[in-house]
Write a protein that binds this ligand. Structure first.
Ligand code: USQ
Length: 384
């Protein structure tokens, strides 16, 4: 099996690359390194010292029989993208190569335009290149649970059976996302569904909750050299990783607003397992399949409480503070998303328990001298 991984330098991309290489797949890893540019612009850095993309691949290749091929390339460069697909002809394409930060996309007109241009046009280029060179490849695209927002009805997996004035149809689930970043993924989903319907491409759109965690099995082989970027800052850090970092440096956990916002989430190792399950169970040609990729959901207050319980048991100081919400989002709402597809295909979820929190806490503590406290508080507002 040949697998092309786009966005291979990222938090999720890099562990995915190692996982499939270890499994014996022929892996081609591509990234444009644009996240590193945004990091420099905002003065934020992962907590761990990260080897450059090429060095990490070379270290991996030195110790493994199955060699990873890599390239620094941008999906906005259609010519190069075509060359990659024409030469490699992948069976599966995993597409993570998008600007992933909601706050970044809300910072200014320029950042919103950059996010949507980068994400939507990159994805559109990929669809055209697939149609031309590998129409039978399976596209696994990373979407987000944030595409749905928080509707007052149960969230289905991508599609909704609708009855209207006595007639029935199956339509894409209505979307009400909360940032220009989340909107870019909605546009991607619509473009991909169209490409499946009109050209017969096949795709799994993974509507993923936010991810927490610091390591996967492959990273644990040599954490110093093979770790992935762990962000705790207010631009790229996701809430569980941020809360654990906050308690590790004796800071309050910052819940935005009331904290009754409900969100879905999963462990980084489960992300890899879900992608693997999607890869091994492809849809048929012409099918646009959506999986809601999360293992648990609850309110932000409940997340903070779990971390506080862990801290209390381990005699670590912790406190929760409610700060003015920099975002515009419902802070108390109905939330009932479905996630049966991946479970029915064999996913055995990792639960966010004391053990998982402890793993993150210990690695954060080890790197505590690298934490820049100035990057913890949110500095981008949805409405100025
Ligand atoms: N939040 C806090 N305190 C903080 C940081 C965040 O209360 O210190 C709140 C936010 O207001 C939001 C929730 O926590 O209600 C989640 O925020 P987040 O920053 O962890 O996640 P989000 O911005 O939604 O984006 C992240 C990833 C994105 C992915 C998405 C999945 O950055 O790439 O698509 O999670 S989902 O959350 O399902 O939309």
């Amino acid at each position: 099996m040949k697998i092309l991984i786009l966005g291979a330098d990222g938090y999720l991309g890099w562990p995915t690359v190692m996982y499939f290489s270890k499994k014996g797949y022929e892996v081609y890893a591509v990234d444009n390194l644009s996240k590193r540019k945004i990091e420099t612009e905002y003065g934020v850095e992962p907590i761990n010292i990260l080897k450059p993309f090429n060095e990490r691949v070379n270290i991996w290749n030195k110790n493994q029989k199955n060699q990873i091929k890599y390239l620094v390339a941008d999906l906005l460069n259609y010519k190069v993208l075509c060359e990659i697909l024409e030469e490699f002809r992948p069976d599966t394409i995993i597409h993570y190569a998008e600007q992933p930060s909601a706050p970044y996309s809300m910072a200014s007109r320029e950042k919103a335009v950059f996010t949507q241009h980068n994400n939507v046009i990159g994805n559109l280029n990929l669809l055209f290149a697939m149609k031309k060179f590998c129409p039978n490849s399976h596209l696994i695209k990373l979407g987000t649970m944030g595409e749905y927002g928080t509707p007052n009805i149960d969230i289905e997996e991508g599609w909704l059976e609708l009855e209207h004035k006595g007639r029935k149809d199956r339509v894409l689930f209505p979307k009400k996302p909360g940032s220009f970043y989340h909107l870019s993924k909605v546009h991607d989903s619509a473009n991909i569904e169209f490409a499946c319907r009109i050209w017969g491409l096949k795709c799994t759109d993974l509507n993923q909750g936010f991810v927490y965690g610091i390591s996967t099995e492959e990273m644990e082989l040599d954490y110093e050299n093979l770790s992935t970027a762990f962000h705790y800052d207010s631009i790229f850090g996701t809430i569980i990783n941020r809360f654990i970092t906050q308690i590790a440096c004796n800071k309050d956990m910052t819940v935005y607003g009331k904290g009754d916002q409900k969100r879905s989430y999963l462990n980084i190792s489960d992300t890899i397992k879900c992608v693997s399950i999607a890869c091994e169970n492809p849809p048929k040609n012409g099918e646009f399949r959506v999986f809601n990729q999360f293992t648990e959901f609850c309110s932000l207050n409940e997340i903070a409480k779990k971390i506080k319980n862990y801290a209390d048991k381990n005699k670590i100081r912790s406190n929760v503070t409610h700060i003015e919400n920099p975002r515009i989002e419902d802070e108390d709402h109905y939330y009932n998303p479905t996630n049966t597809s991946l479970i029915s295909l064999g996913l055995k979820p990792i639960i966010m328990d004391d053990n998982q929190i402890d793993k993150i806490f210990k690695l954060v503590k080890k790197n505590q001298n690298r934490i820049n406290l100035n990057t913890l508080d949110p500095n981008i507002k949805w409405k100025k």
